[in-house]
Design a protein around this ligand. Structure first.
Ligand code: DAH
Length: 358
């Protein structure tokens, strides 16, 4: 066996024995590097005669090519194996739950707001918000409450201390002042839904000093009472998840709407159990009406060009009705046992397609 045969055989053996890319590189250096076996043989060419050099030169080039091809082929195999190993090591089980079961619960108030927003969002409403601390203009005057009108007293307003100029800020008694802010800020057409906290100095079985309302406002050129009715009937059916629920519009009074109505939904109280839907009884759930021309004028909207409707309802009330929560005051007691019982699964956002409540 010549030296060349021996170097060739050893190198090819080492190539097949190399167990990873680094070991293979070592084999390459040992054969073809500066101090490599094949390189050493090539150096001998210089001392050979012309004929011998031609023969040996061809042989050694053939071995070089063979070794290079073997190195390349082995490299592909080793790289593929390394990739397989890495994929196996880094495998992710996508069937595992995304994170441990969430511990918290969504409060029924938040859930109900999310549901109401999802329903009106689908109808093209956007959400607007305003401050809890208001002034007389936005809470009363712009909404067509005459000065000294008893309706102001009806609201049992919490006032802040009087300022030097005699004016007093107050905690908003309803979400209606955000109607005013919205109309002062944006041009019709307007279609907004306004959830938020409201305050009245009142506390008993069915009243808490802080509670929540959601207000709606639609202003356009031809918006009429028919639109108001259609919109609210659709809301009631979707919110209570009932195909058929009787809805009654009963004439009423609010300073900021004319005509005004209160909306009742059908229910039954047979056997002492309240059930929403067809039945002998009615239950009031919200107030509404066509926005009073004075309110439009106060908000810089021309009543000869624009008209629209508004409505307002209590969040706690519709939450209690839908989820069978018997006592209003428990909403604000921060009792974890209550929240675990009446609360909702986090991350399960209410949508009309995915379902409102889970
Ligand atoms: N703001 C009224 C309240 O607090 C509720 C209400 C009634 C709002 C009629 C409205 C409406 O926008 O049109 O009792």
């Amino acid at each position: 066996m010549t030296d060349l045969d021996q170097v060739r055989a050893e190198t090819l053996n080492s190539i097949s024995a190399a167990s990873d890319v680094a070991a293979l590189e070592q084999v390459r250096v040992t054969a073809l590097g500066k101090k490599g076996g094949i390189t050493a043989l090539m150096r001998m060419l210089g001392d050979m005669g012309a004929d011998e050099r031609r023969v040996f030169g061809q042989q050694i080039n053939a071995v070089k090519d063979e070794v290079a091809a073997a190195l390349e082929a082995r490299k592909i195999v080793l790289e593929a194996a390394a990739l397989d190993q890495r994929l196996a090591r880094e495998r992710i089980d996508v069937t595992l739950p995304a994170r441990p079961e969430a511990q918290g619960r969504i409060h029924p108030i938040s859930q109900t707001v999310d549901e109401v927003v999802a329903i009106f969002g689908q109808m093209g409403f956007t959400v607007a918000e305003g401050p809890d601390i208001e002034d007389d203009f936005h809470n009363f005057t712009a909404l067509n409450f005459p000065p000294e009108h008893p309706a102001r007293l009806m609201h049992d307003t919490f006032f802040l201390p009087e300022k030097a100029d005699g004016s007093r800020l107050l905690l908003r008694t309803h979400t209606s002042p955000v109607q005013v802010r919205t109309m002062l800020q944006q041009k019709p057409p307007i279609r907004v839904i306004i959830p938020g906290r409201t305050y009245r100095c009142d506390s008993d079985m069915t009243h808490t000093p802080m509670f929540h309302q959601v207000e709606g406002l639609v202003i356009d050129r031809t918006t009429n009472m028919g639109h108001l009715k259609g919109c609210l009937i659709e809301f009631v059916k979707t919110y209570f998840e009932l195909d058929d629920v009787p809805v009654r519009f009963r004439p009423s009074f609010f300073p900021f709407t004319e005509p005004s109505a209160e909306v009742d939904i059908g229910c039954s109280r047979a056997g002492g159990e309240l059930k929403i839907g067809a039945g002998a009884d009615w239950l009031e759930i919200l107030g509404c009406g066509m926005v009073h021309p004075n309110v439009l004028t106060n908000c810089g909207v021309d009543p000869n060009e624009y008209q629209g409707f508004a409505f307002g309802m209590g969040i706690e009330r519709i939450a209690m009705l839908k989820y069978g929560i018997p006592d209003l005051r428990t909403f604000f007691e921060s009792d974890l046992r209550w929240l675990r019982h009446y609360g909702f699964v986090p991350l399960d956002l209410p949508t009309l397609t995915g379902g409102l409540a889970r």
